[in-house]
Write a protein that binds this ligand. Sequence first.
Ligand code: PMP
Length: 393
Amino acid sequence: MNNIYLDASATTPPHIDVINKLKEIQFECWGNPSSIHKVGIIAREILERSRLSLANKLKASTDEIFFTSGATESNYLALKGVTNNLDKGRIVITSVEHPSLNLIANQLLNDGWDIKYWPVDHHGIIDLDLLDEMLSSPTKLVSIIWGQSEIGSIQPINLIGRECKKRNILFHTDATQILPNGLFEWSNLNVDMLSASAHKLQGPKGIGLLMLRKGIQDLLMNNPSYGFKNGAIRSGTESVPLIAGFSTAIDLLSEYVEVTDNQTLFPENNVSKMTSLLKKNLIKNKQLTFIGSQKERLPNNLSFLCHTESMIPIKGREIVRLLSKQGVYTSSGSACSSSSQGPSPTLVAINVDKSLQESALRITIGPWISNNDINTVTNIIFESLQSLALKKQ
Ligand code: PMP
């Protein structure tokens, strides 16, 4: 039986070094880092060492790094935190955000904020002709997903961030799907707040990152739902093993993405090579239509619509199940939305034909995938598509 995991954007297998680190810290440094005795001090030292290592890797300072339970919570803290301390106005998000961010936007709408959705073109990239309109008064906060989790498109976050800065607008980005593809340099980003999750890069689940520029941290402090301590952005006992495991996962990433004003340039590595190879194989198949920008995209992501050669739709969920029976694990969209019925808002936003809105298949690759896996997967996908097409005729 095959066991080929192609759903890295949902989660990744923890790296063996991460598992060993978790075990070591869980056994030896289980103290509460707020305790002032030796057991607590040892835990605090591990925590701060991990924070420093992570900050160094991301070219940030340690006091800009806050640990959360994951990107969902980071998104929540960022948006709810700052809006709690601002006069109401407009928030701009894109029409292709992760469901966790859409949920917060809906809550803020109920709280009296005006929420504006920045439309995307059929590649999933925001329309820059709308920049002045989107960033006009009374916009107070902009939140843009950097690398889209379903269709892989990349937004020009540095350009938007710079324009926000000029206009005194706060800027948040969800970088959850960027980090597995390369380290960024926080000091060179025009971003005020950034969210990420460790389990997308072979780190542990239940630990994430919220990066915050020093100048705006006051806005997030003493949030009634989180900070019971004076000056806290997030309270509760820190999970030292998870934080150390996150830091180990970041250590395993060594390459940097280059972020220019309107492009995110990823390093070429085994993951991008395997993804390109699979794309080269799959593009020959007339039952697949690739979606998302083919230029500005996450280098580990392939997404396409599945259909017969005469364009009769094949449901993404159907093919995911059939592939799973053969030991090949893919997704019909974002893991957070693929369990819900109905079309994905992202596919609607990029104007996918209504009949094909439930036909997406997403493949996301990680460093564990080999050349052999790619050949096996190509054959299995081709055969599965053919057998599903036969049933439709
Ligand atoms: N944002 C994006 C872009 C994601 O892909 C995910 C995970 N699917 C999240 C946020 C939420 O991450 P977590 O489940 O780790 O909180």
